[in-house]
Design a protein around this ligand. Sequence first.
Ligand code: PGA
Length: 251
Amino acid sequence: MRRPLMAGNWKMHKNIPEAIAMVKELKPLISDVKDVDILICPVFTAIYPLSNEAKGSNIKIGAQNVYWEPKGAFTGEIAVSMLSDAGCSFVIIGHSERRQYFCETDETVNKRTKATLNANLIPIVCVGETLQERESDNTFKVIEKQVRDGIKNFSKEEAEKIVIAYEPVWAIGTGKTATPQQAQEVHGFIRKIYSEMYGSDIANKVRILYGGSVKPDNVSELMKQKDIDGGLVGGASLDAASFAKLVKFNG
Ligand code: PGA
């Protein structure tokens, strides 16, 4: 069985004191959760203080982006080893906001994913179609290209460690969630493509998260779908009580 992963993507929200205050509030609310991986991805400056605050708890810390070179003259960038050093164990890669505003491509997604795996961190590779792509019946074509090009040329051992997040762009921050059936249809398709790329053994082990307006009142229906293994959550992860409810989706 795949272990669920509930990941909070805080985007460009919360300074250090705010981030620490929320983790302090969250810890007792989720301390009894044993069967779900819990992850928070804050802004870069809050990673180190939050990983200290989360020590000894069941909360893991991740980053929202990374550069693929190990060091050098790359002003404004950060290497995987530096994230690991600060306490990260996961990295979100290729979020649609990065694709839309910061020139992220499937090629750079592939490089970031490779670098992340080389340093033994877990990449969360995001894919998803825009509203226009969905309405013109191109959802599967777009998703297939993002998966095949973004996650190519890995060994089976590497492919097994990758987490994929399906985030329809039209559902992000809009309050419009994909229906559980719409999400399942794409998750099943991603697993099928992955199976063609790396074999069904690996595809069956890979966790595929859904993201896009996940909330306490829709999480349990989404999590009942057979190919949905967790959530990548923006807005609803910014409040401790709300995020705790998402983590406890089945109780
Ligand atoms: P949202 O964001 O939950 O606020 O829709 C999800 C995401 O962008 O990861």
